[in-house]
Design a protein around this ligand. Structure first.
Ligand SMILES: [Fe+2]
Ligand SMILES: [Fe+2]
Length: 205
């Protein structure tokens, strides 16, 4: 399933929060039944970027909120911990190496991938900080503005993620469509799907 992130389908996971309608219908999680499966690798990655954009909007909304939304904060923390992390690993371990192998010198793929890898690394610390802030909101009912640097960190993370995704969509996705063979795309899709099959509801806690 595309939202194979079983934790998203298991509201409250990791935060000890009860299942609520708010969790199931949270606006930043697209539950589009027509979402592409991981086997359709490029469309799947693009669709994941859409979900990340929804995450960014939710983070910015939360940064401006006068009060804590514990349920939303727990869900965002879990999304970053699981979904975003898995996506970055997919890119670094599967997608980027394939592009590096297939692209031509004029594509200047090495420079683009160096930048993407650098941005992944640069955001790692901020991502951990954002998760801690979200967990404070979730467990201590603190408004982001009452956490030192809280609102600022949520906004900065959202901005970084948006800029990063725009570059991937504008540079890497067109190159993938142009340079990867049918066999490459099928193999990539199979590996993305296999990783998600491993993500059973009990496989990560
Ligand atoms: Fe990325
Ligand atoms: Fe990405």
């Amino acid at each position: 399933m595309i939202f194979g992130n079983a934790n998203l389908a298991r509201p409250g996971h990791g935060a000890g929060l009860p299942e609520t309608d708010a969790l199931r219908t949270s606006a930043w999680i697209s539950r589009d039944p027509h979402a592409p499966p991981p086997e359709e690798a490029v469309d799947f990655i693009l669709f994941e970027h859409l979900r990340h954009r929804e995450m960014c909007t939710a983070l910015e909304r939360m940064a401006a909120a006068p009060a804590a939304d514990a349920v939303e904060a727990a869900k965002l923390a879990q999304f970053i911990r699981h979904d975003l992390t898995l996506h970055i690993l997919d890119e670094e371990e599967l997608f980027f190496p394939l592009l590096r192998e297939r692209c031509l010198p004029e594509d200047e793929i090495d420079a683009a991938l160096q930048r993407m890898n650098r941005e992944h690394a640069e955001d790692r610390e901020l991502s951990a900080q954002v998760r801690l802030i979200l967990l404070s909101i979730a467990t201590e009912a603190k408004a982001p503005a009452s956490i030192k640097g809280g609102a600022e960190a949520l906004r900065r993370f959202a901005q970084n993620q948006r800029r990063h995704m725009m570059l991937e969509n504008a540079v890497l996705i067109p190159l993938a469509r142009r340079r990867l063979t049918g066999g490459d795309l099928a193999a990539l899709g199979q590996r993305l799907a296999a990783r998600r099959r491993l993500e059973s509801p009990t496989s990560h806690r």
